[in-house]
Design a protein around this ligand. Structure first.
Ligand code: FES
Length: 573
């Protein structure tokens, strides 16, 4: 029975406002009867305490105004009212307590779309909460909405928001439902903010090239990006997508991305890798928008070979180019084994470019590139483990950039054996060498200890204190030593991160560290165990260094969650 008796007309005429079961308020205004959810759609303030004048209900808290007849708000940041049907029979008022929202998934998708278009965090939160709680299979619809908006509303190209969105979709299985909401919400808020006040992207048309010219697209594309011609590059890419495989497309793009050094502190390669992960995750209909968004990021980027620290006192550019020439002219044996420990030491001890030679040697010995990339990424995580708290706070970003770039190269190589990624590996190696001063003095690696109480809420509580870098890292290490299943630990780290204003870099760190950790899980030896500890400690140190924050951003998703579940937000409601 969805129709319920509310009260008599006589009663309502006397009181004007009547609260009934289910948190619904019945109002009489200018001779009309209305029934609405008593919780303001903005932040839940009781609307029976609001003021009614001239057909408009005004909430007492932030003064959002609502047209009672339609339920629509005059203040889009507050969202529309939830209305219920009413009927009057024999002077008795009845309310249909079933919400008249039509198809619920469509309703919440509209909220999400509106939130993205108008850059309204609350609506994004409500859309995500609504869709995820109907069915987690809607993750794909949420991803599609974010990718479509992020690649078409923003003429700056495949940006940090869409990159973060793909990263958060990747880590969802590690998180509890409520934290999954935060992960998608925080990424989508970034997508909306990237697109705010930007001109939309106008997609170009493909070329109608003769079939025998198609093999030239790889050269044409790199020629265009070299001279920062985004439009020419876009037309070539949109043409190639119809005949090239996904792997060939990725190789075409990566060749141009690696032609120049460590562009935008490695972000260009990182974003490009995420774009190709998005292509794997999304339906075909989204691929051309994703591809069309790539030329802009590569043609507008800063190139590190133009920076003095890449040229002096050590001329890394010349060292890398020479090593690449040697590799190209070498006879490489396939599938040699790798001494992981020796390479790791060489990477970490180098301050003069000797690590370039070490990597060159193992490539020329025929070690699979993906195995080398895995150890390079581990070296970058080790830099974070030993990052000194005496460094400038912004330098956390410097070591994060190297780690994130290394992971993107590793992930790209896991998808496809692309020789142009050798260049990218060398760029990480140089960046690792440049970062060596950030380990002087080196922070001590934590050692596992006996925990008095290993309940994870104690671990979470540590993040309430200012930068609990060492204590949290030791706690996590001690927990992982004792428990074979580290899933709950990583879920708690995710929770600690996402109840904060996490920011792009911290979210990147979580995704990269957990993916690399999982990778080492497939090996069963002492080196792999130490590698996993390194990744865990690096992750916890990074998250702890960025905690706590004002926790402003997660609030709207939290409110959306509580409103959706019908919770009272104010005690006096
Ligand atoms: S306007 Fe109603 S709670 Fe903010």
């Amino acid at each position: 029975m969805s129709w319920q008796k509310a009260c008599s007309m006589e009663e309502l005429k006397k009181e004007r406002v009547k609260l009934i079961k289910g948190g619904i308020v019945v109002l009489l205004h200018e001779g009309h009867v209305y029934a609405i959810d008593n919780r303001c759609p903005h932040m839940g303030f009781p609307l029976h305490m609001g003021s009614l004048k001239n057909g408009i209900l005004t909430c007492q808290w932030h003064h959002a105004r609502f047209d009672l007849s339609s339920g629509g708000t005059l203040d889009p940041w507050a969202d529309d009212l939830i209305k219920y049907e009413t009927d009057i029979q024999d002077e008795q008022i009845y309310v249909n307590v079933a919400r008249a929202t039509g198809d619920r998934a469509t309703y919440h998708m509209n909220q999400l779309q509106k939130g993205l278009e108008q850059n309204l965090s609350l609506l994004i939160g409500k859309g995500v909460v609504g869709l995820l709680t109907i069915d987690t299979k809607h993750v794909r619809d949420i991803l599609h909405a974010g990718i479509r908006f992020g690649t078409t509303s923003n003429n700056a190209g495949f940006d940090r928001g869409v990159t973060t969105l793909v990263a958060m979709v990747n880590v969802l299985p590690k998180l509890h439902l409520r934290v999954q909401v935060q992960a998608l919400y925080q990424a989508l808020v970034m997508v909306a903010s990237d697109g705010a006040n930007r001109a939309p992207k106008r997609k170009l048309t493909p070329l109608t090239t003769r079939a025998d010219m198609e093999e030239r697209w790889v050269d044409w594309y790199t020629d265009c990006t070299n001279v920062r011609d985004a439009q020419g590059a876009e037309r070539i890419l949109l043409s190639a997508m119809h005949t090239y495989s996904k792997e060939a497309l990725a190789q075409l793009v990566m060749r141009a991305v690696t032609e120049h050094y460590y562009m935008n502190d490695g972000h260009v390669l990182d974003f490009t890798n995420k774009a190709f992960e998005a292509i794997e995750l999304c339906d075909d209909a989204y691929h051309s928008d994703i591809l069309a968004s790539l030329p802009m990021i590569v043609t507008t980027a800063e190139r590190s070979e133009e920076k003095s620290r890449w040229r002096a006192p050590v001329d890394y550019y010349t060292l890398v180019e020479k090593a690449l020439e040697d590799i190209q002219s070498a006879d490489v044996n396939p599938s040699s084994p790798l001494d992981d420990g020796a390479l790791l030491t060489a990477l970490l001890e180098s301050q003069d470019g000797s690590s370039i030679q070490a990597v060159k040697q193992v490539i020329m010995q025929g070690v699979p590139l993906v195995n080398i990339a895995r150890v390079i990424t581990l070296a970058a995580a080790t830099r974070i483990v030993h990052f000194s708290m005496q460094n400038d706070f912004d330098d956390w970003n410097t070591v994060l950039h190297t780690f994130s770039h290394a992971h993107a190269v590793h992930a790209s190589l896991q998808r496809s054996h692309d020789p142009s990624l050798i260049r990218a590996m060398m760029h990480t190696v140089v960046s690792l060498s440049l970062d060596s001063f950030l380990n002087i003095p080196a922070a001590k690696r934590p050692v596992a200890a006996e925990l008095d109480d290993d309940e994870l809420h104690h671990f979470l509580a540590l993040f309430d204190t200012q930068q609990p870098v060492e204590v949290a890292a030791q706690w996590a290490l001690s927990y992982s030593d004792k428990h074979a299943d580290t899933g709950p630990l990583f879920a708690t780290i995710g929770e600690a991160m996402l109840r904060e204003d996490a920011g792009f870099h911290t979210l990147q760190m979580y995704e990269a560290a957990t993916a690399e950790y999982d990778n080492w899980n497939s090996f069963d030896n002492d080196f792999a165990k130490r590698a996993k500890d390194t990744l865990l400690v690096a992750l916890v140190r990074y998250v702890a260094a960025h905690s706590p924050t004002p926790r402003e951003l997660p609030r709207f998703a939290d409110i959306a969650w509580r409103l959706h579940r019908g919770e009272k937000i104010f005690e006096d409601a």
